[in-house]
Design a binder for this molecule. Sequence first.
Ligand code: MLT
Length: 311
Amino acid sequence: GAILATPAVAADYPSRTITMIVPFAAGGPTDVIARIVAQHMSTTLGQAIVIENVVGAGGTTATTRAARANPDGYTIITGHMGTHAAAVPLYPKLAYDPRKDFAPVSLLAGTPILILARTDFPPKDLAEFIAYAKANGDKLNEAHAGVGSVSHVSCQLLNSVLGIKPTGVPFNGTGPAMNALVGKQVDFMCDQIVNAVPQIKGGTIKAYAIATPDRNPSLPDVPTTTEGGLPAFKAQAWNAIFAPKGTPEPVVAALNAAAVKALDDENVRKRLLDLGSVIPERSERTPEALGKLVESEIAKWTPVLKEAAAN
Ligand code: MLT
């Protein structure tokens, strides 16, 4: 029977290619982090890890698919603060429960949020942006990666702090949303740092502030929201690996060990740090710690997003 077969299956694991679902377009923050870590995990596990970008509905289409996949360790997902927390209050008919339908594997990276704009957007710093947004808020276009995505929920918080209602322009990920910002087709965006660093350094977009208590070493010239006069706007997202609920514990343990090892690797760390991510401590990389993070993030974002929607 299935139960007796489980230890043998787990002992062989992995014996074939693993599919890692990324719930957003290629080239965006989740995709970039997933690929950096998966490449190293694949060496540890001795099997290829193929990234499959499954887009739509703020990442919830892909996350539903991952929740329903065979719990055998051959389909896993890199989800994030949106798919595994903020989507809960935003989608009343969400087809999965991040707390009940997944086996947490490991947190991969903390990703500070920045307020970004097209290069020719008039405000030149955060103080001017605040004034400009308050005067023109309803005329502005805000790019995001769909309802429940990190870019969407972090700008929901920003908009509620500023008391504005810009027009949201949804994309299948902030990879394509960033292209629209670079192309000056949209005005501003709240995005995770890994997507923003190369563009800010290349001068193709501008950054008003980083929404963390401290500046980020990868962008030493970008002031914090507190320095810029908007201390009420603070946001840092995270990306993490999940397996479907019911994945055998030894398989989860093998995946976790490979992720932990990847995050200890100097080259992986350098690539993640150069993009501004925050690498979780060892104690934050356990399945238990990730399960607790999901619980606490749902508890944290539910009232914030309900209040933002009511304003
Ligand atoms: C992405 O990879 O496109 C992002 O994580 C999207 C987002 O949640 O803003």
